[in-house]
Design a binder for this molecule. Structure first.
Ligand SMILES: *Cc1c(COP(=O)(O)O)cnc(C)c1O
Length: 398
């Protein structure tokens, strides 16, 4: 295969050991065949509809729209089974694994959301499942560890480096390179070596395919602005996919600015002036790095956004100026979470609250006839402890 196809501009590629190179080529061939195969697509769409609950509504947030004087639509990925968009991708990949005759799936997880989605699908399809998770995250995300174990997955504690997501991903790749014969690695975001960014985009693009048609039905035209939060970049690339060629639609990715981009505690990779190119987890992309090129720890109040890199297509979309990336601090996200909860009766995941926060800012540049779609990537149930701790003594919950 033409090596250039594995790149988005200068980003992407396949930075893996020789032994995995063949595996990646096999996966790519199987994937390309599957997405043109009627019976594969029929099965995938059957599970999206009857198991996940798609299509998800495009909800017109009336009170939010009235307050900020522009039309705000929410793509309700929070209503999916398991509470977020991640299941869309996991189902696609596990069906591919099944088609390729694999008997075991593995996954990396930070906050535990992708681990739960993978364990869920593994139970559904009766496959063995191992989830690699940093020791630190196992402690911080105990309820998700319990969920994965209830679903029959083995949670493998990773004790190296910072004991978090980056290290769990390294360990998953290491394990995979020894077991690829019978094991499929389900990557949880639009990252990793080619063809993963392409596959994840395809399996998440149901978000924008539905939203585009739903918005057309409601407004008779395309939205002016489409936005989503960016961790590794899967809900955002799924939200952008159908709009990338619609040049009059503004695309905005919202990163986690944590305690501020002028501090050392943030997760902004693309929304800063000093983005640094590097390779991590099999891909070349912009990454959080120190002066010596070492990967820095990302910080965000939302566990799902503190990945120290971003998928290669996002790096390309930014450099080619097709999409814009901005940062939202912990504080701004938590204020937006409160606003959405009280105005619309929807408690969003803290990740998604970052997109809401920027939507509120952006609304000030728009008028009442314009419209935006915000991807509400997940629900906030998993975040109740963080939310109550954050607002303790701040008056909101009294
Ligand atoms: C995992 C997660 C994210 C971040 O991941 P992306 O791959 O960037 O989408 C965002 N929102 C929720 C609810 C998540 O669980």
């Amino acid at each position: 295969m033409d090596n250039n196809k594995t790149y988005y501009g200068e980003f992407g590629g396949r930075f893996v050991s020789e032994s995995l190179m063949n595996t990646l080529k096999e996966i790519d061939e199987a994937f390309e065949k599957a997405i043109k195969d009627e019976s594969f697509l029929k099965e995938y769409h059957y599970y999206l509809k009857d198991y996940v609950g798609r299509e998800t509504p495009l909800y017109f947030a009336k009170r939010l729209s009235e307050k900020y004087n522009t039309k705000i639509y929410l793509k309700r990925e929070d209503l999916n089974h398991t509470g977020a968009h991640k299941i869309n991708n996991v189902l696609g990949q596990i069906l591919l694994a099944k088609k390729m005759g694999k008997k075991r799936v593995i996954a990396e997880t930070g906050a535990g959301q992708h681990g739960v989605a993978t364990a869920t699908a593994a139970a559904l399809f009766n496959m063995e499942c191992k989830v690699f998770m940093g020791k630190e995250d196992i402690i911080r995300q105990a309820p998700n560890v319990m969920r994965m174990e209830m679903l029959g997955a083995e949670v493998v504690s990773v004790e190296s480096g910072s004991n978090t997501l980056k290290d769990a991903t390294n360990e998953a790749i290491r394990y995979w390179s020894k077991t690829a014969e019978d094991t499929f690695y389900i990557i949880g975001s639009a990252v990793g070596p080619y063809p993963y960014p392409k596959m994840v985009k395809e399996f998440q693009s149901c978000i924008s395919r539905e939203a585009k048609a739903q918005h057309l039905k409601a407004e008779g035209r395309n939205p002016d602005v489409v936005m989503a939060c960016v961790g590794g970049g899967s809900n955002s690339i799924g939200m952008f996919a159908e709009f990338i060629d619609e040049k009059d639609v503004e695309l905005i990715g919202v990163e986690a600015a944590g305690k501020g981009i002028d501090t050392d505690e943030h997760a902004c990779v693309l929304s800063i002036d000093t983005s640094k190119l590097g390779t991590l987890h099999g891909m070349k992309s912009y990454l959080l790095q120190d002066e010596n090129g070492n990967i820095k720890l990302a910080h965000s109040i939302s566990a799902g956004l503190d990945y120290p890199g971003v998928g290669p297509e996002h790096s390309f979309l930014r450099d080619s100026k097709r999409a814009t990336y901005v940062g939202i601090t912990d504080k701004e996200a938590m204020e937006a979470l409160k606003e959405l909860t009280r105005l619309e009766g929807i408690i969003p995941a803290i990740e998604s609250a970052h997109a809401i926060a920027y939507g509120i800012k952006k609304a000030k540049e728009m008028n009442k006839n314009q419209s935006m779609i915000i991807c509400l990537s997940g629900r906030g149930d998993k975040d109740l402890n963080t939310i109550t701790d954050y607002f303790a003594g701040k008056g909101y919950l009294n």
